[in-house]
Write a protein of this length. Structure first.
Length: 364
């Protein structure tokens, strides 16, 4: 099958042919109809996170089930599904409490035996299936725990975004921060995930939603998703600007960039007793400076890391799908363009430049 393969940590992919195995046990073979280009995949394509190469990335997938393993009970051939990088065993303490995103045995969704045939193979041997999805390909072989069934009337391109960008962003506001009606929200970084944070805050009834970005042209799109205010971070001190708009600071501040400066700004933007939520993916060695006495003890800021929007995909992905079909969740404007798999490098160059929100591969 055709796939976009990462051979070196240079941020570029080579389109070529690889083999995919038949489904075993709890595995589901999906014909990929749409695969979103997430910034997280780009981080893994440029930074050494210890992933063996060659590898196939891609985790925002939507498609149709074409085969199932003998132990699969949740899906059948013809089902429309969305995949996610959240891997969970289904029986640990976290999973039993519904917090599958905190699973302590995610490796159980993979083929663990080193002597076992790999899911993906190239000319020189095994190809790593990153996140257990490997969706930059015509087909994906995924554990059933990483899939959620969605209505067949949901367009594939929009459906693919539910697997990461939407559940991470909207979930951060709804699940992690528990934004309540009337709360004030600030979002730093108005890319695909940041726009979904705005959507989630709007769904939760936030009274004021401030979008913050270095690119002024993003204001129009941010307001389309529900932002009430916009701060051009390139024109001055964003912390002062936010505290001018919202005296005392915001109830909830979401950092969706993944760098030291904006992470520290998020803490400074939060009101006393407010929350600062770290969503953006940092480099593995990244650190930030926190004044424990001032920020945490005196100002009582709740500093939290957010993983995948604290999402239970079996419940939340179908919910977001219904919200979209009811006209209550904007997914259409997240898609900047649909592309062929051969255009993946060009599309990631555009994403890095901040010119677009999301490209989605819909042609293989």
């Amino acid at each position: 099958m055709k796939a976009a393969i990462l051979n070196n940590l240079d941020g570029t992919f080579q389109v070529g042919e690889i083999e995919i195995d038949e489904p075993r046990d709890h595995e589901v073979l999906v014909e990929v109809k749409a695969s979103g280009l997430c910034h997280s995949d780009l981080h893994f394509a440029e930074t050494d996170f210890g992933v063996p190469l060659p590898a196939v990335l891609g985790h925002e997938l939507a498609g149709v089930v074409i085969a199932v393993g003998p132990e699969v009970r949740e899906f059948e051939i013809g089902d429309h599904v969305v995949g996610s990088l959240i891997q969970f065993c289904g029986h640990c303490r976290a999973c039993n409490s519904g917090k599958t995103y905190q699973c302590t045995h995610p490796e159980e969704t993979l083929r663990a035996d080193e002597g076992e045939k790999p899911r993906l193979r190239g000319e020189s041997g095994a190809v790593t299936q990153v996140f257990g999805t490997g969706a930059f390909a015509e087909k994906a072989l995924v554990h059933e725990n990483q899939l959620a069934k969605v209505p067949k009337e949901l367009p594939f391109a929009q459906a693919s975004l539910l697997g990461c960008g939407t559940i991470t962003g909207a979930g951060a506001a709804i699940n992690t921060a528990s934004v309540r009606p009337g709360d004030t929200v600030a979002v730093i970084g108005i890319g695909g995930v940041g726009l979904n944070v705005i959507s989630g805050a709007k769904l939760a009834g936030a009274g004021r939603i401030v979008a913050i970005d270095m690119q002024p042209r993003k204001e129009e799109l941010a307001r389309k998703f529900g932002a009430t205010d916009f701060i051009d971070a390139s024109s001055g001190n964003s912390v002062e600007a936010l505290r001018t708009l919202i005296p005392g600071g915001a109830d909830h501040v979401f950092e969706v960039v993944g760098i030291k400066a904006t992470s520290e700004q998020a803490i400074q933007m939060a009101r006393k007793g407010g929350g600062a939520y770290m969503i953006g993916v940092h480099a593995p060695t990244s650190t930030i400076d926190v004044n424990v006495t001032v920020d945490l003890l005196t100002n009582q800021v709740d500093l939290r890391g957010v993983y995948m929007g604290s999402t239970n995909i079996k419940q939340d992905i179908p919910m977001y799908a219904q919200l979209y079909l009811q006209g209550k969740l904007n997914l259409d404007d997240l898609i900047s363009r649909e592309i062929g798999i051969e255009e993946i490098n060009e599309a990631y160059t555009e994403l890095k430049g901040g010119a677009i929100a999301r490209s989605v591969i819909t042609s293989f």
